[in-house]
Design a protein around this ligand. Structure first.
Ligand SMILES: *Cc1c(COP(=O)(O)O)cnc(C)c1O
Length: 442
């Protein structure tokens, strides 16, 4: 079965009777008029469908927990939706923990992860009842044990390890290779385990955690990852008599940003994971573990689009034609950060013939602020609304106020209804944290 991460567009996308793009039953051009641009639009039906496809894909495996990787895009409304779908949250900062907590996310099902958690963040995680901490390094073992002790608690932990598996994705989004800033090298695991057994009495080690990278297309990587983790479990069982019961496999499943991308389905990676457990757990003499899956991009990426309004354009004599939109690298840094490629359509006339090759530029003061290079489009005019697909993940969550441009709003669409889930910033908000020292006052 194909799953929604394999779709280029939100699953409700169509062309309506006005000849406009429609998503979630809402006319995209009307959304741009009503809420202004740039605008992030999230399709609730796509989010829920993918969440269900994840649950269904692992239906046959008895012990699975789904955690949403909050860093891809998190707001209180997104927490509500994924909580309703039975997901916990993979969180990497005090801010993400606070958001999940405030929105009523299930803290017990959730996990705190990250390579440099502060004492205060660990304290917050323990205080808010976060169920599990993935400990990344030796300093954190000591800090978390202190926090747990001063709260009179024993905290369940995983050890984050680097399994030494490389995937063919951009260098900046690989994380599981040996020379990585994340987690314990496998040669350091024994030292960590001995410290936990001998000294850190307020930590309860229940399993191992790995995350190989992001925008992964190779299913065999998940087979190999499970194999490495089970092997390590078997080794620790034999050496220390430790019965680890959990493995967290991270996220990473890819999505389709352009027609050239062919990501695997959720079912295909589930099948690899489950077959690897069936084949390899007996080999290493361990029980089938409870597994955690932490998708981020593959849940929210396809579910979100960004709308821009076309402004100025420039034909370089004997060179490119640039068409500028009212957003760019501050609301979507991925093209300038990782040369990410996107697909866009003209929302007010998606069926017009694409007759011109243009480069779509952002409005920010950087030559690198280019959203799409050399793409075929209808002849674009000022006021056209461009719909960029697959901007739901790592767009808003990586956005900035570069050039003191206001952050856009985000709306959630479903069944012809649209609701704001993040307000557009205003100028007062923008200056609200600025302070002028008394000696500089006029
Ligand atoms: C980023 C991250 C994820 C999510 O990755 P996606 O590619 O967005 O699915 C999951 N787990 C961990 C530990 C991560 O760092």
């Amino acid at each position: 079965m194909t799953t929604a991460n394999q779709s280029l567009k939100p699953i409700t996308t169509k062309i309506n009777e006005n000849g406009h793009l429609e998503i979630g039953g809402c006319d995209v051009v009307s959304l741009a008029e009503k809420y202004g641009t740039p605008l992030y639009v999230f399709d609730e039906e796509t989010i829920r469908t993918i969440a269900c496809q994840y649950k269904k894909a692992f239906n046959n495996y008895p012990k699975v927990s789904m955690l949403y990787a909050s860093k891809a895009f998190m707001t209180k409304a997104i927490v509500r939706i994924l909580d309703e779908e039975g997901f916990g949250f993979d969180m990497v900062s005090g801010g993400e923990i606070y958001t999940a907590y405030k929105a009523g996310g299930n803290m017990k099902k959730s996990l705190f992860n990250g390579n440099n958690k502060s004492y205060d963040e660990l304290q917050m995680a323990v205080e808010f009842g976060v169920g599990l901490v993935s400990v990344d390094n030796f300093l954190e073992l000591a800090l978390l044990n202190d926090v747990a002790k001063s709260n009179n608690k024993v905290v369940d932990i995983l050890l984050r390890v680097t399994p030494g598996i490389e995937c063919h994705t951009h260098e900046y989004i690989q994380t599981g290779h040996l020379d990585s800033k994340f987690g314990f090298d496998l040669t350091q695991v024994d030292e960590a385990v001995e410290l936990i057994i001998d000294e850190y009495k307020n930590l309860n080690l229940i399993g191992l955690h790995a995350h190989i990278g992001s925008q992964i297309f190779e299913t065999s990587i998940y087979y190999d990852e499970v194999n490495v983790l089970l092997k390590e479990m078997g080794r620790l069982k034999e050496k220390y008599g430790l019965n680890l019961t959990h493995i967290n496999l991270g996220g990473g499943l890819g999505i389709k940003y352009t027609d050239k991308d062919c990501p695997p389905s959720i079912d295909e990676i589930a099948e690899k994971i489950i077959s690897s457990i069936k084949e390899n757990a007996p080999k290493y003499n361990v029980e089938s573990p409870e597994i955690h899956i932490e998708p981020g991009r593959s849940i929210i990426g396809t579910s979100g689009v960004t709308l821009y309004t076309v402004g100025s354009s420039k034909q370089v004599p004997k060179g490119k034609k640039y068409v500028a939109v009212d957003g760019g690298m501050a609301d979507n840094p991925r093209p300038s950060l990782y040369q990410a490629v996107y697909t866009a359509e003209v929302a007010n006339r998606p069926e017009d013939e694409k007759t011109e090759t243009v480069t779509i530029a952002g409005r920010f003061c950087e030559s690198g602020d280019i959203l799409i290079k050399d793409v075929k489009m209808p002849v674009l005019e000022e006021g056209d609304i461009l719909c960029f697909y697959d901007t739901g993940a790592y767009g808003y969550s990586m956005s900035s106020n570069y050039n003191r441009v206001l952050k856009p709003a985000a709306v959630l669409v479903n069944n012809s209804q649209s609701d704001i889930i993040i307000d557009r910033e205003d100028y007062e908000h923008l200056v609200s944290l600025d302070r002028i020292p008394a000696r500089l006052e006029k």
